[in-house]
Design a protein around this ligand. Structure first.
Ligand code: TXA
Ligand code: MG
Length: 342
């Protein structure tokens, strides 16, 4: 089982050394915990895919310490420079063409000629990136298809045997993955709503194009991750539920759901709800509940990212429809000590 070390200069040094020698290290970002590997080391990147059980066609986000480091890896034009200048460090990932002279492993791009780059805004992540002195490929530190981790313990529960070290920086303040925007064509495209509200990005770059779900023929080539199963708790999840059905746990939102088992935000604040989303779903994914019903969340600000994750979790619950999308990793419920299920 991986060692969990609270963030400290010594822990950062150990983590950076492990990354430098090709090992996997989990670390906090402002969005979710990442499963990090040296992005220039093919074997280390391959180990990330293996540890997560992630399909090889789904590329990884490469994290760097600052914009200058990012500009050494991808072709930045004036627009990309302006967007990066405005929103980095922060919960925004930019997909751009790889520079032909960059040393990144080809595996991080999963065969595409693009790379997804992000400068995280979290003291532990920033310190690790500076100390490691290499770009770090880091998908969310969860088994493929499952909920992203927002605490060090979540990482240990899902991937504890696969990582050398987990840096513990406490709960992630935003709690939902970064917003992913494709800047490869004239029209910027939203590939994944996330921790930076799309309205905020649109005020800066103008209207974002959206891919039309899995029906869009370009989805497979532009955002392979959209084709995979995602964010599934072990129990079936229903979103936009006004009340629970028999046996279901009820995850409320706002003051009108006082009888909920847990409430994403009693005051109806979508930012607070995002920060609570994954950890509360995990807490309700246990006996005696047979499923999880989630109250409606408004489609504005981070509510868009929350609803995106809930829709995908609900779709993944209808697992039989999704068999051609590849399996999720098996369910691991370490806290379930009552002998229920397997
Ligand atoms: O907040 C986050 O983004 C977290 C933290 C750790 O930084 N990372 C994360 O990584 O969520 P992951 O691998 O779970 O999600 C990456 C998403 C996937 O949907 C993937 O398909 C997409 O980014 N992506 C990565 N590289 C891409 C590329 N070159 N072109 C299009 N999409 C890409
Ligand atoms: Mg993920």
């Amino acid at each position: 089982m991986a060692e969990i070390l609270p963030t400290s200069p010594t822990a950062i040094f150990s983590a950076a050394t492990l990354v430098g020698t090709g090992s996997l290290v989990a670390f906090p970002t402002e969005t979710v915990y990442g499963l990090g590997a040296n992005a220039e080391n093919d074997q280390a990147v391959a180990a990330v895919f293996a540890a997560k059980g992630r399909p090889r066609f789904n590329p990884l986000i490469v994290h760097v310490a600052d914009q200058a480091a990012a500009e050494r890896l991808a072709e930045f034009d004036e627009r990309a420079r302006a967007v990066a200048w405005r929103f980095w460090p922060g919960p925004l990932t930019l997909v751009m063409r790889r520079r032909s002279d960059c040393a990144l492993s080809l595996l991080v791009s999963a065969g595409l000629d693009t790379v997804a780059l992000r400068v995280p805004n979290h003291p532990t992540a920033s310190a690790l990136l500076k100390a490691a002195n290499c770009p770090i490929a880091a998908p969310s530190a969860n088994p493929a298809g499952r909920l992203s981790p927002t605490t060090a313990q979540h990482v240990a529960d899902g991937l504890g045997n696969a990582v050398a070290l987990i840096l513990d920086g406490g709960p992630c303040p935003i709690g939902i993955e970064s917003t992913v925007i494709d800047l490869c064509s004239d029209q910027p495209t939203l590939l994944r709503p996330g921790g930076l509200a799309s309205e905020t990005v649109e005020r800066f770059v103008g209207p974002l194009m959206r891919l039309r779900g899995n029906a869009d023929a370009s989805v497979g080539t532009r955002s392979p991750g959209l084709l995979t199963r995602h964010y599934a708790p072990c129990r079936p999840l229903r979103s936009y539920a006004h009340r629970p059905e028999s046996g279901e746990a009820y995850l409320g939102f706002g003051p009108d759901t006082p009888d909920a088992d847990l409430n994403l935000s009693l005051s109806g604040n979508v930012n607070e709800a995002a920060a609570n989303l994954f950890s509360m779903i995990r807490r309700l994914d246990c006996a005696p509940f047979t499923g999880i019903a989630v109250a409606p969340v408004p489609e504005a600000g981070l509510g868009r990212a929350i609803n995106d994750r809930l829709r995908r979790a609900a779709a993944a619950s209808r697992a039989d429809d999704w068999d051609d999308r590849g399996p999720s990793a098996p369910c691991v419920l370490p806290d379930e000590g009552d002998g229920e299920g397997s």
